[in-house]
Design a protein. Sequence first.
Lengths: 138, 138
Amino acid sequence: MSDDSVVAELTELVMRVARRLQFDFHAAAAELDLPPAQALALSELGESAPMRELAVRLGCDASNVTGIVDGLERRGLVTRRPDPSDRRVKHLVLTEEGERKRETLRSRSHAKAAELFELPHGDDVRLRDLLAQVKTCR
Amino acid sequence: MSDDSVVAELTELVMRVARRLQFDFHAAAAELDLPPAQALALSELGESAPMRELAVRLGCDASNVTGIVDGLERRGLVTRRPDPSDRRVKHLVLTEEGERKRETLRSRSHAKAAELFELPHGDDVRLRDLLAQVKTCR
DNA sequence: GCCGATGGTTGAGAACCTCAAATGTTGTGG
DNA sequence: CCACAACATTTGAGGTTCTCAACCATCGGC
């Protein structure tokens, strides 16, 4: 059983770090002229996937994904490919340009994150292992 | 200098925990029939403050705060009190009802967070101390 | 008293999300 | 085989939250 104030501080700290990570990610996305939602979707498309799967990865409604992918397709970053064995599903595949943008997005936001998580030797691993113990799904 | 993969994992983990905290907070807010933004503002009003100060605490534009406070005022949770020494500023003061709602909101979301951060003895404090070292503002 | 800075509000506009309903497709039990 | 439930995707309406630019009132220094 944790001390009350410790829980409050943990909440505060996690939210603060998350806001910062998100801010940096949005900044990196803006540099590439991508709205946040599209950038997030792009970064989830390392493995190509059907729309439904993307909705799951993003944790949002499927109807939402349509618009986001519309945007990515308009920019020529992704294509909808019909599934040969099931004509309902459309697979999302990154174009070369999409692959390229995904990579620079990844590396830029990663660079800022690395700066953020610059800790005394070994502490980064300790932090990771402790965070991994947090039961994010009961 | 951290290992690349460690940074990626840290980012992933922090975002995951933050999403969960936020989800629980929104759920607690919904139980009290409060939209998320109003709930967040309410929770920042432990100390009464002028509009401008609230905007800073929330990290958003001042014009945004107007609407949020309008909502809280409509529900009778907060009142705008003129500052006697500066007629431009309006201090936000919680009503009794506002105070009550703020407290139950705090305690409910806190309970869920405590469950989340249930770690082996001492690890919660270690986690807090490590997170506190993350340089969220360069 | 003038003037630049400040607190607050308003209105337009955008991004993002959800829900309900529609469409086309699949697969299964009868 | 066929009706029917389930599924993937899209569309459209509607809501929340946010920003930006413009505006008014007030303040403080010069």
